[in-house]
Ligand binder design. Structure first.
Ligand code: 7RM
Length: 653
């Protein structure tokens, strides 16, 4: 790719000057309150990161205490060496001796509208039953179990049942096709697949079992399929191979001691798309992962026992692993979980749920926020959102326009926003405000959390001066980091540890401002070079979205004889706005004014939607190929809506 050299310093042209101190009412009772408290934590972690993580680790229940905090043989890390614990024990059993015993662990709402509340005691029982059912199917320690379920409580039950007996789960997002599913099942060598007859999405049933049948036909490693009855639809049950969840658990004992597992026992594989070809199976292990997800859940979301916490991510993504299931349950929180689509049956579905369940902490993705912004403020304003006290975002840089709308319309101006930067590979949040202690700037993930040594460097690993752009790296290992790529240590070394000598390379470009705040510029592949100027696609997009008519924008570079690269922008308009040549011109000028003439798009294309992955990330690679006039090549299995691609290609003609 031609854009891999931001060491020349990414031109940083957008100026976001606003600074929001944590609201005083929030600071009053925050877990980390005020700058001094944050600096004390930071300093302690800096003096001895081992001691810092040791004390975080002591918050968990261990069956054997670790000998050594970190064993680092670059690039392979082991954390809490010699220790033993069990994740399900920490997420469930540990809470049963105190007041959390009968507290709601999960409050769930299905898309058709039914609700369920499951206490910690009940969840523990369900997990034990299902763990015994897995054992009955021959699942042993370290065996892989594929989970292909909708957002129902049983998804969490299945994950926790695996971790209870030391099986390794591989959750595959229920929106993936049979082929994507087969590829992941085979790569992991899964023995059992856990699925449902179907799930509800946008008022229709997604036929999960059909996809599993097709996938398993090409996956000889699979011995058994477990089917949860969710929609009650017609499916084929293959005698001998297939088992109903409710039949297995009806026969199972509810007595299932949690298996004490080595700190480095593999916990899960999660596939993430690489830049080319085969998806990467990111491997996470037990103790370090739980120590850091629990710590960040408590302190980034400032969680207490009275909160109702809602992270809108699907369990098929890392956010669903770390911040729907493991982190929140480890700290004994009440999780709200929703099965379906955000606008079903009405565009105010989310706000109605916030109101009815009194959600207090809400964590979602910028793409969702932009969707709501586009629909207008009337929908949230119909509901009482006063229960909210903290908002979070993850997944992409958030443009200041969406940030302000989120703060004012959803948060009523009183909720701090935590913009959390992390990756499937990092396992836990690494860069984020502490909501009672870090002043925020719209669009910045602010500062690395205590214990995290992140930096912005050039190709040789030298820090770039404040204000310039470069590569986002992490210098020292952290407990929840990936341990390898499943079955491919070489790829692990190559992808993460070979770009910049001795440092973990995130694949993201970033800059730090004069206060040391981190501004994520997006994937390095998304950085443009226009006439020798490094431009961040995100900054141009942000400028476009700053125009009153624009809902969403995606910017890519296309080769240009004169400029090196020319800026091509794909733009969707807000409801009621119509495309016109005049508007194109206006938008080009708008960008030139906001950023500078250098960033003025050579080309603007209006479209009714953008190609996205199912987690909401814009697939710029596809747009780049379109803008370059070429055919779409390479992996499109992660694309959410194939019709978008067809429409975009049609717009061409
Ligand atoms: C959690 C998750 C990781 C990539 C990462 C970034 C981008 C994530 C932010 C962000 C700017 C953020 N895992 N990213 N969070 N960019 N600000 N707060 O999304 O593996 O699916 O993606 O997402 O490019 O490298 S992920």
């Amino acid at each position: 790719m031609e854009n891999r050299h931001p060491e020349k310093a990414i031109s940083v042209l957008l100026k976001e000057q606003r600074l929001y101190p944590p609201p005083a009412s929030f600071v009053k009772s925050a877990l980390v309150a005020g700058k001094a408290a944050r600096e004390r934590l930071q300093a302690a972690a800096h003096r001895s990161s081992d001691k810092f993580w040791d004390s975080a680790a002591r918050e968990l229940r261990w069956t054997r205490v670790w000998r050594k905090t970190l064993d680092w043989k670059p690039p392979f890390a082991k954390w809490f060496v010699g220790g033993r614990l069990n994740l399900a024990d920490n997420c469930l059993d540990r809470h049963l001796d105190g007041p959390r015993r009968n507290k709601a662990a999960i409050i769930w709402e299905g898309e058709p509208g039914e609700t369920r509340t499951i206490t910690y005691l009940q969840l523990h029982r369900e997990v034990c039953l299902f763990a015994n059912a897995l054992k009955e199917l021959g699942v042993k320690k370290a065996d892989r179990v594929a989970i292909y379920l909708p957002m129902v409580p049983e998804a969490a039950v299945a994950m926790l049942a695996c971790s209870r007996i030391g099986a390794v789960h591989s959750v595959i997002f229920a929106g993936f096709s049979a082929e994507a599913l087969r590829e992941r099942i085979v790569d992991a060598g899964a023995k059992v697949v856990v699925t449902a007859d179907g799930g509800w999405r946008k008022g229709a049933v997604v036929r999960l079992k059909d996809a599993v049948d097709e996938a398993v036909a090409g996956a000889p490693c699979v011995e058994s399929v477990v089917i949860l009855r969710r929609t009650g639809g017609d499916i084929t049950v293959y005698e001998g191979r297939d088992h109903w969840w409710h039949r297995l658990t009806a026969k199972a004992s509810c007595d299932c001691p949690a298996e004490p597992l080595d700190s480095e026992h593999p916990l899960f594989i999660l596939y993430t798309s690489g830049s080319t070809g085969k998806p990467k199976g990111v491997l996470h292990t037990s103790a370090g992962y739980l120590v850091e997800t629990a710590w960040t859940t408590r302190y980034v979301f400032d969680l207490r026992d009275t909160d109702v916490y809602w992270c809108t991510a699907d369990v098929g993504w890392v956010t669903g692993h770390s911040y729907v299931v493991y982190g929140p349950l480890a700290v004994g929180s009440t999780i709200f979980m929703y099965e379906g689509a955000p606008l079903t049956p009405h565009p105010d579905r989310f706000w109605s749920m916030v109101e009815r369940h009194r959600v207090s902490v809400f964590y979602t993705a910028p793409t969702a926020i932009r969707t709501f912004l586009r629909l207008g403020s009337d929908f949230p304003r119909r509901h009482d959102l006063s229960s909210l006290r903290l908002l979070g975002t993850v997944g992409e840089p958030i443009n200041p326009e969406a940030w302000s709308w989120y703060r004012d319309v959803i948060g009523g101006g009183r909720c701090p926003i935590v913009d959390t930067w992390w990756q499937t590979e990092t396992g836990a949040i690494l860069i984020s405000p502490l909501p009672g202690a870090t002043p925020t700037k719209p669009g910045s993930a602010t500062l690395p959390l205590p214990g995290i040594d992140a930096d912005v460097v050039d190709k040789t690993g030298k820090p770039v001066p404040l204000g310039s752009g470069g590569y986002l790296v992490v210098r020292r290992p952290w407990p929840a980091m990936l341990r390898t790529i499943w079955g491919d240590d070489e790829r692990y070394k190559r992808e993460y540890w070979s770009h910049i000598p001795g440092l973990y390379f995130t694949g993201d470009g970033a800059r730090r401002d004069k206060d040391g705040y981190f501004w994520i510029l997006g994937r390095i592949d998304d950085v443009l070079n226009v006439a020798g100027h490094r431009l961040s696609t995100m900054e141009i997009e942000s400028a476009l979205v700053g125009h009153a008519f624009v809902a969403e924008a995606a910017v890519v570079g296309r080769p240009d004889e004169v400029l090196g690269q020319a800026v091509a922008a794909f733009v969707t308009l807000k409801g009621g706005r119509t495309p016109s040549p005049e508007l194109k011109e206006e938008l080009r000028e708008h960008v030139a004014k906001a950023i500078g003439a250098i960033a003025r798009p050579s080309e603007i294309r209006f479209t009714d939607s953008l190609p996205k992955t199912r987690s909401g990330k814009i697939m710029r690679r596809l747009l780049r190929e379109l803008a370059t006039g070429g055919a779409i090549k390479g992996d499109v299995t992660t694309l959410e809506d194939f019709a978008v691609l067809a429409r975009l290609q049609q717009d061409e003609e």
